[in-house]
Design a protein around this ligand. Structure first.
Ligand code: DON
Length: 318
């Protein structure tokens, strides 16, 4: 095996980054493991062959390959970015008090986790905490909250994002469980808006279309202390940015977050449509897109590519 690059304060030279991104793509494109998510019917239609990789450096240079322009619904990768908007609005201490920041040790859509935690907070990266997080986004009406989420996530991506209508309709017709989670939280006063309406906002949030390029820009914004390196906009303050990364390190890959940090050494977030974003502070954001998932709901190729590139690009924090 080629030696890993020593972790320095910078990414390697752009040609070297592109060569490694290409190598990762060639190495893992033939991997056939994993299953495309089908609990949301519209997601089951995604081709298992879709595969894209993008790295965006903290100064805005990028390297990419494969299906980098193909839109897919952002799903759970939206969660840390909405949490960031909430921290900006109410402060990261208040956000911690109202949402919690500890890992649950349970699957992302667990109700048991709510029942077992005495103060009924979770963390903003599992469904319960994420729906509660959406409820804290500024706005008097569901429509205002929704527009603040859509606009806020667009600032991270550096372009206007919009909803995938098919995924939204499909998930709306099948998300009884999320409605159940929201009502359970409401029974403990741990949701901060009408549970039914906010579950709808959360479902729209998960249905926002992004590309793997967008996700890498969003990750690079977190790598750059909250400044989008493409648009130059300061989307977040530094204090918020580092707390968002802390929560991603703790809970970004759900109950496998400990294994992830042990192996990859970077905060990350995965989603059931096959996206994974990881962040190496000061260096950049790495995003992968490949729909087949493992049993925990994380993209199989995405994990392989991320492990490979974390090592070769020197992204590991430790
Ligand atoms: O709430 C749900 O079930 C989906 N909209 C999002 C789930 C998701 O991406 C979890 N990821 N691994």
């Amino acid at each position: 095996a080629a030696p890993s690059l020593v972790s320095t304060g910078e990414l390697p030279q752009p040609e070297q980054v592109q060569a490694l991104v290409t190598e990762a793509y060639e190495r893992y494109r033939g991997t056939a493991d994993g299953t495309v998510a089908d609990y949301i019917p519209a997601l089951a239609e995604a081709s298992p062959d879709l595969f894209g990789i993008c790295v965006v450096g903290a100064r805005g240079r990028y390297a990419e390959i494969g299906d980098v322009d193909v839109p897919f619904s952002i799903q759970s990768v939206s969660k840390p970015f909405v949490f960031a908007l909430v921290c900006e609005a109410i402060g990261y201490e208040e956000a911690r008090l109202r949402l919690g920041v500890n890992s649950t040790g349970f699957p992302f859509n667990s109700l048991m986790a709510v029942e077992l935690n005495e103060d009924r907070t979770m963390n903003p990266l599992v469904n319960a905490g994420a729906i509660a997080s959406s409820s804290l986004v500024p706005g008097d009406t569901a429509e205002d909250k929704w527009e603040n989420i859509r606009r806020g996530l667009s600032r991270f991506a550096g372009r206007e994002l919009s909803v995938n209508a098919d995924v939204y309709a499909s998930e709306s017709a099948t998300n009884l469980r999320n409605h159940g989670i929201a009502r359970l939280l409401a029974s403990y006063d741990r949701i901060y808006f009408d549970p039914e309406q906010i579950t709808d906002v959360y479902t729209r949030q998960c249905s926002l279309d992004v590309t793997v390029h967008d996700l890498a820009v969003m990750g690079a914004t977190l790598a750059d202390g909250g400044m989008n390196p493409i648009t130059g906009e300061q989307v977040l303050g530094h204090g918020v940015c580092r707390r968002v990364l802390a929560v991603m390190a703790t809970a970004g890959l759900y109950e496998l977050s400990g294994d992830w940090l042990y192996e990859v050494g970077m905060p990350g977030k995965s989603g059931v449509s096959g996206g994974i974003v990881t962040v190496s502070p000061g260096k950049g954001g790495l995003a992968t897109f490949s729909p087949p998932l493992d049993v925990a709901g994380n993209s199989v190729r995405g994990q392989l590519v991320t492990k490979f590139l974390a090592e070769r690009l020197g992204l590991n924090l430790f």
